[in-house]
Design a protein around this ligand. Structure first.
Ligand SMILES: [Zn+2]
Length: 331
């Protein structure tokens, strides 16, 4: 029978395997730092660690059978607490945890605190937490979850056992989406490509009709850049203005698109393209554009992206981009 003690978390199998071994040997650290991009499953891993720590099973931890495991599954375990703040994590929240920690666990023998987005802790909050990390009560474990460990004091990170969640390969995500979610390989390939190796992001995109429409519109626009005259093309600004909040994503989609054209033009192999569901359009555009110009178009989009970081005018930046792209798309 399959070992279900630790539910598989896609792509994090090795990390889970090592944790499982440690838990079964009762080697529990007082503090863990879980690092990784959004959508890789940090919360899921944290949940499994908490379950394993609190489990009362004799052999495999977590057993998923004991009262502790059951309570966690139902989200009402009194000794496992999550701290999540919208904005910054202030010293008061850490003090609350410390106060709580002084009371011995009355259920089971462990207490687990999970601090989400730990980089949001203010310096004061981090310094307060440091005291707990230096002298933790026997029964306590603190899990810090972060996308950016650089935002934490070195004195904090050095006291934690660091666990890195790595991005998952595109192939693995594709296979998962096809196998578990029943979508077509074409669609799975697109979602995997835009997920940056995060299964959570891929799953979210799959349900995101707005994203799908945005992508279609963006690809249509690349055709307009070839076919329309300058005045018509500038009407595209309506689309940009409507999608102002998503401009970064749109530019990413454009980069991916011209990357596909470049690769197809160079290799004549469609299996390397991301936008495989638009392969006819890739054939068409790759055939009409010059290789050297496609490279320059990618640089134009890159430059536009960078310009936004230095607060240039939204309208102007994009108009210049469209006109520059049009220059390179002249057939
Ligand atoms: Zn258990």
């Amino acid at each position: 029978m399959m070992d279900m003690a630790f539910e598989a978390i896609l792509g994090q199998e090795r990390l889970i395997e090592n944790l499982k071994k440690a838990l079964n040997r009762q080697q529990i650290s007082h503090a863990y730092l879980l690092e990784g991009e959004k959508g890789l499953g940090k919360r899921k891993v944290a949940y499994e660690i908490a379950k394993g720590i609190c489990c009362r099973g004799e052999e495999k931890r977590p057993c998923n059978e004991c009262t502790s495991c059951k309570k966690l599954q139902h989200g009402n375990h009194p000794e496992v607490k999550w701290l999540q703040e919208e904005t910054s994590i202030k010293i008061e929240s850490i003090r609350q945890i410390q106060k709580n920690l002084q009371m011995k666990p009355y259920e089971g023998s462990k207490k687990v605190y999970i601090i989400c987005d730990a980089e949001k802790m203010t310096i004061q909050a981090q310094n307060a937490l440091l005291k707990t990390l230096e002298e933790p009560p026997e029964y306590a474990t603190i899990l810090l979850l972060t996308t950016n460990a650089v935002g934490l004091l070195p004195t904090i990170t050095s006291r934690c056992q660091r666990l890195k969640l790595l991005p998952v390969s595109m192939e693995k995500i594709q296979n998962y989406l096809v196998g578990e979610k029943g979508i077509t390989l074409e669609e799975a390939k697109v979602m995997a490509a835009f997920s940056n190796g995060a299964i959570g992001k891929a799953l979210q995109l799959m349900e995101d009709e707005a994203f799908k429409n945005r992508r279609k519109e963006t690809i249509r626009m690349t055709r307009d850049i070839m076919d329309k005259n300058t005045i018509q093309l500038l009407e595209t600004m309506n689309f940009f203005n409507q999608e102002k909040d998503n401009i970064e994503e749109i530019l990413e989609i454009m980069m991916g698109w011209y990357r596909d054209l470049l690769i197809y033009k160079d290799t004549k192999k469609k299996e390397y393209t991301i936008n495989i569901d638009e392969i006819q359009e890739i054939f068409y555009q790759a055939d009409k554009l010059i290789l050297k110009n496609i490279k320059e178009m990618i640089l134009i989009i890159e430059r536009t992206k960078n310009n936004f970081r230095s607060n240039v005018n939204f309208q102007l930046n994009l108009e210049v981009m469209l006109l520059d792209l049009k220059q390179k798309a002249k057939i």
